[in-house]
Design a protein around this ligand. Sequence first.
Ligand code: SF4
Length: 498
Amino acid sequence: MTRTLSLPVLAQPSRLHAHIPPEKKEKCAVFGVWGHPHGARISYLGLYAQQHRGQESAGIAVSNGKAINAHTGMGLVAEVFGDRVLYELDSLGGKGAIGHNRYSTAGGSVACNAQPLLESYIRGQVAVAHNGNLINSDALRRRFEEAGHLFHTTSDTEVIIHLLATPQQQRAPDPLAATLRRLQGAFSLVFLFPDRIEAVRDPWGWRPLVLGKIENGTDKPYWVVASETVALDVCGATLVREVEPGEIVTISDEGVSSRHFAHKAEQPAHCVFEHVYFANPASVVFGQNVQSVREMLGETLANEAGVPADYVMPMPDSGRSAASGYARASGIPYREGIVPNRYVGRTFIKPTQTERQAAVRLKLNVIAEIVKGKRIVVVDDSIVRGTTTKAKMDQLRQAGAKEIHLRISCPPIQHPCYFGVDFAERSQLIAHGRSVEDIRKYLGVDTLHYLSLEGLLSCVNRPASHYCTACYSGQYRLDPTHPSTEVIIEDEQMRMFA
Ligand code: SF4
């Protein structure tokens, strides 16, 4: 990777996995701003607001109109960017900046994979930040390596720059569009060239990407792109619109322009799990406020599987929004009886099962005075492996809960995700090959109900066929295991663009 800035890359290998919720990981958050005199500082804010989407590494690349500099490192945004680093980076920019928070779904947790990736090619410099997962990157990389290309990272994102640099793409009337048509899978991308930002969303719209602007009293506002609207809020930007599936939005001194590299897929594949778990509740994702959707999931859950109880209790923090909806719909009082210890988890290394169980007990304290002798509906957003949930249920039982009725605000996760969410292996998913009754017995609860897929889809406002639900249904919009995936891609993309 070319780095024209000799700032230190902060590696903290002993803490890499300590930051991360063990079961669900998202790749990643992207951000970009053009025209702002302090692009690096604005990007820092945008990344900070999106820290929930990736805690493994962070990076910012800045352009002064002629050259791009970047700084990346392992850890949280605040760890990677101290005052001095941020000041230095900010003073090297002035035109545009892009940023990235990463959690790896492809490539591994190493410093060289931190983004934005910055490279030089025949047309100059380019930096890229990626949210999503390319399912044809292995095939593409193998072809490049056979042709003698050297890769600096193990990330799927690097193939994009190699593709862009090929004579074949460079001869195309629009090299970036030609490059994007070779990609298969989920990609919300932000490119920084010295003179512009190009923000891109795949034709299926798997991951969110929004365009906003910061008014500055002139007729040339500062333009911003981000994975989530919560990043716009924090830097004083207003939402303009989503970047459309198949669209390239160019932001430069000339303002904003748009073109399409492919038609929007007939059936988009917005990741419904963004609403269930990943996105910040304050964000508007796929045209809907996330908190409102989660409350509706809880209401629907109560309508599907009501049960007499003394309290509705959220699993903090993941079950709070759905629990409030469940309580409202059921008329059962909402009460918090499980209290998180906010100072545990960031630095707690858990190599063994015993230590992991101790970590769960440390992280969540059950208030025995509240739960003892009570019938409790516990609401959580999802169960992946089930080990953490079981530990929490055991704690409740030990504290004297009389009945535990577990309600989950999405269907059982039975299949892996190939489009940007790192669930466990199929064999490690508790719902894979097990009935709900088997899971109930394992967790030791009195009743267990997962929200139905129909119930989930009734809470989102776009047509049901416009959402990816593959981790629940096994119905993949693209088949990542097909041996001729890459060929299919090229044919499909050609058709889409014809
Ligand atoms: S498989 Fe699940 S997590 Fe992955 S994109 Fe589809 S809905 Fe989202």
